[in-house]
Design a protein around this ligand. Structure first.
Ligand code: ADP
Ligand code: MG
Length: 339
């Protein structure tokens, strides 16, 4: 047996990156979530060759102080929680302090950032976990991150990536979900110079749905709202005549975090009772507001899955509220309507 030793930081970051940064879409997710946590009102995402060549995220958020920029790229360095108590009350998307060091350990990263009211911002350039440059830069408030040469030093990861077509579909999917979860933020996604979609950031969920799924779909969505002593739910569900052949068109958010949850997805479908044909699923956006103590987001490194207290109670609320809304419409399902 070899001697036990502590891994150096770059190697430890690369290992951690294996969990959070699987593919270009994971980088997009982490960067956009950072922009959201920085209270950005506008987030522009620009990718080249499905993110394999470059991923750039520009926001107008709070920015990072020049003297903290290096800290931001250290593992377990975060401005979002300070103690154990905070961990059980997180309202931000991030809190693990892992994304930036993970990304910088497996790619080339250039970040320019400035806080409001400063006379100069700062630019930092890292590659494979090493800082190559740091210097004063533009004072435009917000943060601009550009990631290139993804997985240049982890060839196995690079090989595991799917075709650009598939990687782009994953990027589009995550950006769509984040836009649905944050209708007050203006998003744009541009691929190889072509704008794929844009939202206005005016808070109107129906418009975000229209931007993503089309104007026809937007018109056939019913708003719903409901609450019980622990949960508030609202969102949009499609008329029973408007269905899809997969659950992919259901988006669930908890305190603006996009999550995947089988039981809650089932609750939405149950809300339609017998109005859905076998194998058909609605289009839906469900926002859940709850006290953060009721949810454990620290289950999965990418926080896709969360653990909920009182899940059966929440599922019942969702199914009841949606059922009431659908029944009000009192429409007969149309068997092969795909529009
Ligand atoms: P986490 O989001 O879990 O805190 P990250 O590694 O993603 O960890 O980011 C580290 C820190 O860098 C954040 O806590 C935040 O203070 C800062 N940061 C990262 N991205 C941005 C951004 N776009 N705007 C403002 N601050 C940012
Ligand atoms: Mg983060």
């Amino acid at each position: 047996m070899a001697k036990i030793r502590e891994l150096d930081n770059v190697l430890a970051d690369q290992i951690a990156a294996g969990e959070v940064i699987e593919r270009p879409a994971s980088i997009v997710k982490e960067l956009v979530e950072n922009s959201l946590d920085a209270a950005s009102q506008r987030i522009d995402i620009i990718v080249e060759n499905a993110g394999l060549d470059s991923i750039r995220v520009i926001d107008d958020g709070q920015g990072i102080a020049a003297d903290e920029i290096e800290l931001a790229f250290k593992r377990h360095a975060t401005s979002k929680i300070a103690n154990r108590r905070d961990l059980f009350r997180v309202r931000t998307m991030g809190f693990r302090g892992e994304a930036l060091p993970s990304i910088a350990s497996v790619a080339d990263v250039k970040m320019t950032t400035a806080q409001a009211g400063t006379t100069a911002g700062v630019m930092i350039h890292l590659r494979g976990g090493e800082t190559l440059a740091k210097r004063p830069a533009s004072a435009r408030q917000g943060t601009d991150v550009k990631v290139t040469e993804l997985f240049f030093n982890t060839p196995a990861r690079l090989k595991y990536l799917k075709s650009p077509h598939t990687e782009l579909a994953r990027i589009t999917d995550i950006v769509n979900r984040l836009a649905l979860a944050n209708p007050h933020v203006a998003f744009s996604l541009t691929h190889n110079g072509k704008e794929l979609f844009r939202t206005a950031g005016n808070g109107k969920l129906q418009q975000v749905v229209a931007a993503i799924y089309g104007v026809q779909v937007g018109r056939k969505m019913l708003p719903f709202i409901g609450e019980d002593p622990d949960f508030k739910v609202d969102g949009l569900v499609s008329l029973p005549e408007l269905t899809r052949s997969s659950r992919q068109y259901i988006t669930i958010t908890i305190n603006h975090r996009y999550v995947r949850n089988f039981e809650l997805t089932k609750a939405i479908i149950n809300g339609y009772r017998s109005k859905l044909m076998v194998g058909r699923y609605p289009i839906a956006v469900l926002n859940i507001q709850l006290d953060p103590v009721l949810v454990d987001v620290n289950v999965h490194p990418a926080k896709r899955e969360v653990r909920l207290s009182k899940e059966p109670q929440l599922a019942k609320l969702i199914a009841d509220v949606i059922n009431r809304r659908i029944s009000q419409e009192n429409l007969i399902p149309d068997v092969d309507a795909d529009q």
